[in-house]
Structures are given as structure tokens and as C-alpha cells.
Design a protein around this ligand. Sequence first.
Ligand code: GDP
Ligand code: MG
Length: 597
Amino acid sequence: MKNIRNFCIIAHIDHGKSTLADRLLQTTGTISDREMTNQALDDMDLERERGITIKSHAIQMNYNYKGEDYVLNLIDTPGHVDFSYEVSRSIAACEGALLIVDASQGIEAQTISNLYLALEHDLEIIPILNKMDLPGAQPEEVTDQIVELIGCDPSDVIPASGKTGLGVDQILEAIIERIKAPEGDPNAPLQAMIFDSVFNPFRGIIAYYRIMNGSIKKGERIKFFNTGKNYIADEVGVLKMDLSPKKEVGTGDVGYIISGIKAANEVKVGDTITSLENPTDKAIKGFEDVKPMVFAGIYPVDTDDFEELRYSMEKLQLNDSSLVFEPESSAALGFGFRCGFLGMLHMEIIQERLEREFNMTVITTVPNVSYYSYMKKNPEQRMIVNNPSELPDPAAMDRIEEPFIKAQVITKSEYIGQVMTLCIEKRGELQNQVYLTQDRVEITFEMPLAEIVFDFYDRLKSVSRGYASFDYFPIGYKESDLIKLDILLNHEQVDALSALVHRSNAFDLGKKICLKLKELIPRQQFEIPIQAAIGAKVVARETIKALRKDVTAKCYGGDISRKRKLLEKQKAGKKRMRQVGKVEVPQEAFLAVLKLN
Ligand code: GDP
Ligand code: MG
């Protein structure tokens, strides 16, 4: 135990976490130069392409330092707010954290929010000034920021570069010297905290855990504390580049277990594994059942593909327990699923995986948050509304509540004005404003989660010319004056386009949505009125003029290859079109609300 070190790496996105992790793996010989592909830890194609870590992973390194052998467990954390609960559990599995800050960028919002999580768990922080090789690096200034933030000595900050390898030996030394060895009682009943799980098509579900007390043995009967389910530990071991089976994994160590678990939702991040024969009487604290935050309908483009879509979603759920879905039907789109996601990135990932891994072409409707509605006749009874088109009759409703978040923006002082204006426009309430350095300021405010689901992030980037970073966490539900805005195409209401909006925004939004739909829906043989309505009252209207001529007419007699190209283009465009009543509607139109600015 005294030669084990458990640590994670926390950083704002793009500050070089994955690259530095690769250097550590290389330097410790965990991965050979030949095996080295960039970012060995990001093993999903999507992760590699987008350069983000979606799921957290763990890997064990061996390192000889001053003649002693050490085991270093690196627990990688996902870098996106959608997965902040997973981040918190990964952090809870460690004694120390490498805090990476890009020397050319300085401290950003996720640097701070992850740092706070690490400090909450009493982690030893090793500050690293990364990307020192960049000509734009500002070591003195950024070191000052770090010193100010964590109150360390400037000499504690390690200058490094994941690119050139600068500082890597010093980092390994600091991991061993500064981070304390795990504590825990090897003779106590088993308590292991699950911080991640993955689905392997050959092995089933593999759960990753950190052992707090006791040990876990191959063949032993075990129990998951929160789900109450029992299993046999068919295989246990540690995580190298591959699974490395062992007879036993002991106190303080990080390992995996394969135990005939069928579905991902049996394994809950934060749950405690204990022994069935000699169980612990208390779970490791901090467990939460994560709930989806964002909901949207997913429909097959071709209505005949519904069963295939169900099959694909079930497969996806096998390895992503945070995805939830249930069948729903829409007058406009037919049969599909209402899906719950952890956030917007999670939703995009699912949509992309459906298309890439299952070859499904789907229509996604405007995402919304989950609302609580209360009826006049029973104002204490909470009803959950995950689909705006299912909102009860406003006349019978007592009130409606929506989820709020606490948001944190870090920006340059010259953009404070614009950022504040945006926050207020997004129904935000300022809580606090702190200067981190002379020209960097941290602004904290509360606002409805629904505004993030809309276009907050893109707007923030544009008003700050990219010089703002952003993070948030949920703080519960509050009453809001929300109303349902309906959209009618060719006089028919399209349920998939309904949205719940704040009363003060409804007219303006109605107008903008109509304009956007006019732009997105192609002209057809007849005139199409587009209307926005609140109840029976139309608040905005646009008209798509009828198409005069056949689009291919101008090609007749002309260049035949040009005509074919045009037809092919039309065919490709069709892939993502849905017939709604008489009107052909492209996928983008269903997301029009998100693209208003
Ligand atoms: P992550 O999002 O924190 O995991 O960051 P990555 O490791 O994916 O790095 C983000 C980008 O910065 C990539 O394009 C890397 O090639 C680049 N990068 C990472 N470390 C360094 C470094 O030390 N120096 C330079 N010049 N570029 C780096
Ligand atoms: Mg990464």
C-alpha cells in the first residue's frame, strides 16, 4: 500500500491532459513507442476525432524511483460538464491531482471547477504549467495566477510540455514525493467504490473501482450496495494497456471486475462493492443516482425503421447507462423515443453513434429540460413533464417549475459588460464577481438550465470573442412563468416543434422561429404559411412562397452530368427530410429554435 499512488489529471479542455497522460505512459514504459498512437486513453473513435475524453478510464503504471518500485494509478476524468458526477467520483478515488494549466491560455472555468472538486476531497494538488514550448507561453503571469488560486509556492509549479517531454520526470517524482499513499484497513470488510464501467462486446460489463478497505478476490461472492444485486467475481485484476487478471486486488489499489453483469444500468458510478459473506455496514459516501438533464425525441427518418431504432438504442444503452428512453409518438413524426441525456454533448454523442455504429438516420427534436407542473386541484402533487407537447392545459395548472443552475464564467475584464448583458437576456441573476488577476474576472450567476440548452454557449463565445470559459452545476427547481409556444405549418400544428418559453420572450421567439423556418424549409409546389401561436392566438406569421418551376427544368437539353448531380444532391438532401402533413421538413428545421442567432 505504501508504494501505491492514485492520481487524476484535471484541466480545462485542450490544455493538454491527454497528451501529457500519453507522455507518462511512455516514460514509465507502460506503452511502447511502437504502440503509441496519439492519446492512447481516448479509445472511442469519437473521442479521438473530437479530441475530448467522454468516458473516464484508468491505467496502472509501474515506476522505479530511487530503487523502489511504485504502482501509479492514473484515473482519467471526462472533461465536460455533462459528466461532472463521473468526474467527482473519479476524484474521490484519488489522493492527488495533477492540475494542468496551458501556459499560453492561463486559468479557465473548468480549471477552477475541477480544482474545487479536488480540494473538496482533500487531494494533493500538483500544479503543472503545460505547453511551455509554445512561443506564446507566459510562464510568469500564469504561474502568478496558479499561486494566487491554490496558495502554493511558485517553486511548486512544474514547467512542462506534453509535446517535448519537458518536466515529465519531475512530474513523476512529484507524484511519488508529494501525493500520500492510500490509507485503509486491509483486514476490514471490502469497500470498493465504482468510478466507471465499460461495455466490452466479448466480456460484458466491466466495472472499475478503487478499493477503500479490504480486498476483492477472484471467485468471491460480492454485492453492490445501492442496487442490492449479487454477483460472483469471475475475474478481477488491474488495468494496464489491457486487462491484467490477478487473484486478488488489495486495499488502496484500482482494479476491474468482470462478473456476469448484463446491463450497464446495474453498475452505478459511486456505488460500493462489498463482500456477500462479510459485508460492510455502510456505503461509501457521495453516491448519487444520476438523472438525465436534457430530453429530446429521436425518430427514424423512415417510419419503417422504428424497430431497428429500438434495437440500436437498446444496444447503446448496454454500454451507456446514463442514456434513458421510452417510446413516444408524435402526430407529426409518428413513432419514436423520448430520450433523456446528461447534457447537450451527451445528446450529440448518442445521435452520432446511432448514425455511425448502427447506420440509423434519425430526426432529433428540439431538446428541452424536465419541468415540474402542479395542478390547481392538487397543488402539492408534482407532475414531471419531459415533453413540452404534453404540458397540461394552462388554465388548469397552478404553477410550473424549471431546473436552475449556478453558472461560472471566466473572462477578460474588457468583456464583462457583454457577458453580463447576455446573462441577463438569458434570465440570469448575478451572484458574484471576483477579479482573479487584474484582467481576468470570474462571474457567478444563477439561471435556468433551459437557457444553456438553447444557444447560451455559442453566444458566450461570440460576445467574448472566444475569451470566456464556462462551467455550471444544477441547484434545483424554481417556479417560472413559462408558456407553450406552438408552431403551425400549413395550418397544422407540429407537436415536435412546440417549446416551453418564458412569457416575456414568447413573441420575440415566435417571430424568430417563423423566420428561421422560412429559411430552412425548402419551397414546395404550394404556398406554406408558418405560424407561431400561444394557445389559439397566433403571434407571428411568415409565408414560404410556392415553387414556380421544376428545379431540373433548366437543365433539360443541357449538360446531362449536371442534371444527374442535381438529382443526386436532391436525393442526399432527402435522407433527412420528413413529410409533415403535406410539407417536406428537413432535420435542421426541427432544431430551428437552437439556431436563431
Ligand atoms: P485535453 O483536451 O486536455 O486532453 O488536451 P489534448 O492533450 O487533447 O491537447 C489539446 C491540443 O493541444 C492538441 O492539439 C495537442 O496536440 C496540443 N498540445 C498538448 N500538449 C501540448 C504541449 O505541451 N505543447 C504544444 N505546443 N501543444 C500541446
Ligand atoms: Mg483529452
